[in-house]
Design a protein around this ligand. Structure first.
Ligand code: NI
Ligand code: MN
Length: 221
């Protein structure tokens, strides 16, 4: 059983009996954050998709306090600072790290250092694709074919990323079993609700289940 808890924006907590993983833990300064960074007492890994502030967020603070290993592409891992453990594979293949398999994949976005990424990871046989911040690109189909993710976490808020229509087309390319929308409702420029996305997925990828979470809610897979 893998628990996927949305912490608001692109931040998620992925946990099993054995490991706890945080992705893009932007909590301080996030008006939709489900918890404060200092409430996190246990973490094994922190995955960071790219170096924008709303994704690096509290990563270093959490890593320092919990001893978690930060995983990001080399240029991001080497620039975060703090005396923390890092592992820095690049975009390209699945890496096995003590029970967590991680592959960095393409994201169509910008960053200050290194390349922006999506992250596919497998924990207890469940594969999850966190797309990071990205526009729509055709090779999402390839990510679906190569890694066959059961769950896709996709940005739908527009302005900095795909909006509801582009994200629904992404769902039709990736073909996950379940999609959970993210990166909306946090800031005024972003789409505030997932309704348009839900409607578009019904039209474009009717077999895919959309799970809309409120920050702090958990979906189990
Ligand atoms: Ni970004
Ligand atoms: Mn962002």
């Amino acid at each position: 059983m893998v628990k996927i808890r949305w912490l608001g924006h692109s931040a998620f907590e992925i946990s099993t009996q054995k490991i706890t993983v945080y992705i893009d833990p932007f909590l301080s300064g996030n008006p939709k954050a489900a918890l404060k960074a200092n409430e996190i007492k246990k973490a094994d890994f922190i995955l960071v998709t790219h170096d924008h502030f709303d994704h690096i967020g509290d990563s270093v603070d959490i890593a320092k306090r919990t001893g978690a290993t930060l995983i990001a592409v080399p240029e991001v891992a080497s620039s975060v600072g703090g005396n923390i453990k890092t592992v820095a594979p690049n975009i390209g293949s699945m890496v096995n790290l003590n029970g967590l398999k991680v592959a960095f994949v393409q994201a169509f976005h910008t960053s200050d250092k290194g390349a922006p990424t999506g992250i596919v990871f497998t924990v207890e046989e469940k594969t999850i694709y966190h797309a990071g911040d990205t526009g729509l690109f055709g090779d999402m189909k390839l990510i679906g074919e190569v890694y066959n993710p059961e769950v896709a976490l996709l940005p739908i808020g527009g302005y900095y990323t795909m909006g509801p229509v582009e994200a629904a087309i992404a769902v039709s390319l990736i073909k996950p079993k379940v999609v959970i929308p993210m990166h909306y409702g946090t800031f005024p420029v972003l789409e505030q609700t997932p309704e348009k996305f839900v409607e578009e997925v019904k039209k474009r990828a009717p077999t895919v289940k959309v799970v809309v979470l409120n920050p702090r809610e958990t979906y189990e897979v």
